[in-house]
Design a protein around this ligand. Structure first.
Ligand code: DX5
Ligand code: ZN
Length: 226
């Protein structure tokens, strides 16, 4: 069973490498792991779906070799179908795609799972949860974006806590949240039922170990798991 399938209700956190120092990626991940991170969130951006450009499967493969944490790829790219096979080959644990970029979502989710990865979808702030209702049997997790994808350091959109609640009414699948997550906002999302908290700038703005630790503690406390 994969990372998301084994969570069993536990609240966990992941650093987003987008705000890390890319010249020292393995070390940046190691420091977040010392603060309690259990997953690494890997943001791939293409300057088409989002107006930013980051890294792809080659860097993912290096990171997979350099860390013992599972690597979770969040694809913010047009035509993710072209990249999914190489991310699978790179050895990532899980791949989430933005349904706004996919024509044949069912086929793509099946491809991700058949490649041995867990499959997720990432919902933009105004994409309704109902858009993925018929995809639920093919999913291992749902990512609720709490900012518009593209950049780190944006402001948390507070209505997204209600969206997490709505998703939780639809399904028991683990909900991941991404965007503006900090020691202050993580509890709001954990209270709403989010289980996997992704944080970029809040972790790498200071000492990743202590910043990660604060976010994990705040989220677990809110979820009654302290
Ligand atoms: C945004 C990315 C996020 C980003 C979050 O498009 O998907 O993973 O790194 O950054 P923060 O935590 O700074 O909002
Ligand atoms: Zn992300």
């Amino acid at each position: 069973m994969g990372f998301f399938g084994s969570l069993d209700g536990r609240v966990v956190a992941a650093p987003s490498i987008l705000s890390a120092d890319f010249a020292h990626l393995a070390d940046e991940v190691r420091r977040a792991k010392s603060g309690g991170a259990e997953l690494v969130h890997f943001d791939a951006m293409d300057n088409h779906f989002v107006p930013n450009l980051t890294v792809g499967p080659v860097v993912a493969a290096s990171l997979v070799r350099a860390t013992d944490l599972p690597v979770d790829a969040h694809l913010m790219v047009e035509n993710p179908d072209n990249l999914v096979p190489t991310f699978i080959e790179a050895g990532v644990n899980s791949i989430s795609v933005q349904p706004e970029t996919v024509t044949h979502l069912h086929r793509l989710l099946v491809m991700i799972r058949e490649g041995g990865c867990e499959a997720g979808v990432a919902l933009n702030p105004t994409t309704p949860p109902e858009a993925i209702e018929w995809a639920l049997p093919y999913l291992d997790y749902i990512l609720v974006m709490s900012v518009d994808p593209g950049f780190g350091g944006q402001s948390f959109i507070p209505e997204m806590a209600d969206k997490v609640r709505r998703v939780r009414e639809m399904t028991d699948l683990p909900v991941q949240v991404d965007g503006g997550i900090s020691e202050k906002t993580a509890p709001l999302m954990a209270e709403a039922g989010a289980q996997v908290l992704v944080a970029g700038s809040a972790v790498y703005k200071g000492d990743p170990e202590s910043e990660m630790r604060k976010i994990v503690a705040a989220a677990r406390h809110a979820a009654g798991q302290a």
